[in-house]
Design a protein around this ligand. Structure first.
Ligand code: SF4
Length: 492
């Protein structure tokens, strides 16, 4: 990764400006990315990239120029049914331009990003696309590897994931998940960009839960009126177990009373210090099978540094308590590349996780999001090679636990350009996670910051969304409007 001054991109395809900047970020680090600025005077240290694009019918020519070094790419847009043509043209033009730019940057820098020219969130989609075009799994993987220059290791990971997903029930067009958001946490993690509230502002919890209970009841009516069948229920946040025992029990009882027919229930117990025997008893009594107890790291110094306000010992204690009480599907989340951690600290976390033997493990890679404390404090991303080694350790630990990878997603500004992967032992994959990450299932979502999503059963995966407001106070005031937004989405 090379540091440069400003990156200045001139392109006739202005709507692709951000996408092209994502490709540039695979090779160069800069504070400032400018697309088609009016003042085009480059300063010493700036990286100036010029793009030209011509289209003649279905024939396209893209060319990039960096300091006089040029590379061009020709592409013929495929002819499809009229109603899909525009969408398919756009997708092909975007891909050819990105690959064209990628190839030139690779030629100039000699760098080899692990995911090649891919910058999207859901790379598994490409394998599914190739399979839908009639390619065998071997050919689909080979094509993705060649077209996008993805490493053999990452393509194998995609293949493993798709093969696991193919053994699991897909969401049917008449099904939807229910998501319930509890946007409260005891303290704020340094890497968090989630617009939630600290529980310290406890006066909002009562009014929030009142509004939320109302929205949950309306969600039941919405399922019934729309004819949608319930698939999975996920209670997330924030930290749902940040609620006190009484509020937590009332919420879970309402959910289970109104939505007893889901094939899967997950509750993010999240922070170990919010988990009590009473809350676990509530979940056990109500038949919730899957909980998440997230260490992120098993190193107390790091936990302090990232503002988690709990210890590794509390994670072990909460995990053991849940196991003793009979929970058979416990997930743990860890993060590779946390501030101050080296291979040794991450190895320690993996050893501890291995000893506890969770049923699923999610290995995240640190991503520095814009509104996180790490970004505000200008924390630099950790070394990419070290992060890659940590991610590998996570994968090996999951293998030792008898797990297979079952979902994957990528984010912007990720250390080492890696990925987040969910692993699970047989029978313990979370369907809700797959539905959300692959965007294959609709969701009726309630609570502040929750986003309902309607996935239309057509070939282009048309998706429409109805987001709830994220601010808790505003949500409380406008709860009725949130119900109406969802009704407009699902009853139209
Ligand atoms: S527990 Fe999750 S939602 Fe809460 S502050 Fe930490 S990262 Fe954000």
């Amino acid at each position: 990764m090379t540091d440069v001054g400003r990156v200045i991109l001139f392109t006739p395809l202005e709507s692709l400006g951000n996408e092209l900047c994502e490709v540039i970020r695979l090779f160069y680090r800069s504070e400032s990315f400018l697309v088609n600025p009016e003042d085009d005077a480059a300063q010493p240290g700036d990286l100036c990239i010029r793009h030209s694009f011509e289209r003649n019918g279905q024939e396209c020519l893209s060319r990039f120029d960096i300091g006089g070094v040029q590379l061009e790419k020709q592409h013929t847009l495929p002819l499809v049914e009229e109603e899909r043509q525009e969408l398919v043209d756009k997708r092909h033009i975007k891909r050819m331009s990105k690959v064209n730019l990628y190839d030139l940057l690779k030629q100039l820098t000699g760098a080899q990003p692990p995911w090649g020219s891919l910058t999207g969130i859901r790379p598994t989609r490409l394998i599914y696309e190739k399979l839908a075009e009639g390619f065998s799994m071997d050919d689909a993987c080979r094509k993705v590897q060649e077209e996008f220059d993805v490493s053999a290791e990452k393509v194998q990971l995609l293949r493993d994931i798709v093969e696991v997903q193919q053994t699991l029930p897909e969401p049917r067009p008449d099904e939807a998940d229910l998501y319930v958001s509890i946007p409260f946490c005891r303290t704020r993690c340094a890497y968090c960009s989630f617009p939630g509230e600290a529980v310290g502002k406890g006066k909002l919890i009562g009014p929030y839960l009142n509004a939320l209970h109302g929205e949950i009841r309306r969600a039941r009516q919405l399922f019934d009126k729309s004819g949608l069948k319930l698939r999975a229920v996920y209670v997330g946040g924030g930290t749902p177990t940040a609620l006190n025992e009484e509020d937590f029990a009332a919420l879970m009882e309402l959910i289970m009373e109104l939505f007893p027919e889901a094939c899967e229930y997950t509750v993010e117990a999240g922070r170990p210090d919010t988990i009590t025997r009473g809350k676990l008893e509530t979940l056990m009594r109500l038949g919730v099978q899957r909980i998440s107890i997230n260490p992120q790291t098993m190193n107390d110094e790091t936990l302090k540094r990232i503002g988690r306000d709990h210890t590794a010992a509390q994670t072990v204690e909460a995990f053991r308590m849940a196991r003793e009480m009979g929970f058979t599907n416990i997930n743990m989340d860890v993060i590779a590349g946390l501030p101050g951690e080296t291979d040794a600290e991450f190895r320690h976390t993996m050893e501890q996780v291995l000893a506890l033997q969770p049923d699923s493990l999610t290995v995240h890679t640190l991503a520095i999001k814009r509104s996180s404390r790490l970004n505000l404090e200008k924390f630099p991303l950790p070394d990419g090679q070290m992060t890659a080694r940590m991610v590998k350790m996570g994968e090996e630990t999951a293998q030792q636990l008898g797990m297979k990878p079952y979902y994957l997603y990528r984010q912007k500004y990720m250390a080492g350009q890696q990925q987040n992967v969910g692993y699970a032992t047989p029978g313990n994959a979370c369907l809700y996670n797959i539905d959300m990450m692959e965007e294959t299932g609709s969701v009726i979502a309630v609570g502040a910051g929750a986003i309902s999503k309607r996935v239309y059963p057509d070939r282009e995966l048309r998706i429409e969304r109805a987001p709830n407001v994220t601010n808790v106070s505003v949500y409380i005031e406008r709860a009725e409007e949130m119900n109406q937004r969802k009704e407009a989405l699902f009853l139209a």
